[in-house]
Design a binder for this molecule. Structure first.
Ligand code: 5GP
Ligand code: MG
Length: 196
């Protein structure tokens, strides 16, 4: 789709199949929680999904359409600082968190678990509201890049420590609409490194 893309790590078909499996596992676990609480999967006001913007947009959109559970969505935006394109040194909330999570079954959804700082932060602030349960789903896991350990419940694919784009993931704001998980050409990334 874009000439700057050099290599595909995860194809459309692989993503679709895995997202459907993840949705099935997540729905099964949420339904078990709800039954334990004396509710049904179609009862209102029990389940809140929190996609971390903007990277989790496409993953979350595909995931929820495979989940036959009554759920609300509360977006959160987290920004990494100091704002480099290809590495993250920390995370801060860039939007208010939904404030009605007490007693709810909450699923945080993100595109990728890298250093762990983003999801460690989200887990902490969501957990402070005392939800009934708190789980995390990520499409991608760069296991070897971890700085902070974060317990995640659902992982789509483990990938090597390479900078990836597509299926919601950006480079400087672009390539989110590339339908696969892919690696940009070295010349694009080298040029970014030189700019700092
Ligand atoms: P963290 O390092 O805090 O675990 O991940 C921070 C955020 O950096 C992720 O939510 C994601 O938005 C972004 N990120 C981490 N690794 C990559 C990558 O390989 N490609 C892209 N496009 N974003 C990444
Ligand atoms: Mg992100």
């Amino acid at each position: 789709m874009f000439p700057e893309i050099e290599r595909t790590l995860v194809t459309r078909g692989q993503i679709a199949a895995r997202v459907a499996e993840m949705a099935r596992d997540i729905a099964r676990d949420l339904k078990a929680d709800l039954i334990r609480d004396g509710h049904s999967a179609l009862d209102e006001d029990r389940v809140v999904l929190i996609p971390v913007m903007t990277g989790a947009m496409i993953f979350a959109a595909d995931l929820i359409r495979e989940m036959p559970v009554k759920l609300a969505i509360g977006l959160v935006t987290v920004s990494s600082y100091p704002g480099q394109s290809v590495s993250s040194k920390g995370a801060q909330l860039a939007s208010a968190l939904p404030d009605n999570l007490a007693g709810k079954h909450v699923l945080v959804i993100d595109d990728i678990l890298d250093s762990g700082q983003t999801l460690a932060l989200v887990r902490e602030v969501v957990g402070a509201q005392k939800p009934a349960s708190l789980r995390i789903a990520v499409l991608l896991d760069k296991k070897t890049a971890r700085v902070r350990e974060v317990p995640v419940d659902y992982v789509g694919f483990e990938i090597p420590d390479e900078f990836v784009v597509g299926y919601g993931l950006d480079y400087d704001g672009y390539y989110r609409n590339h339908p696969e998980i892919a690696v940009l050409s070295k010349s694009v990334l080298d040029a970014a490194e030189q700019r700092g």
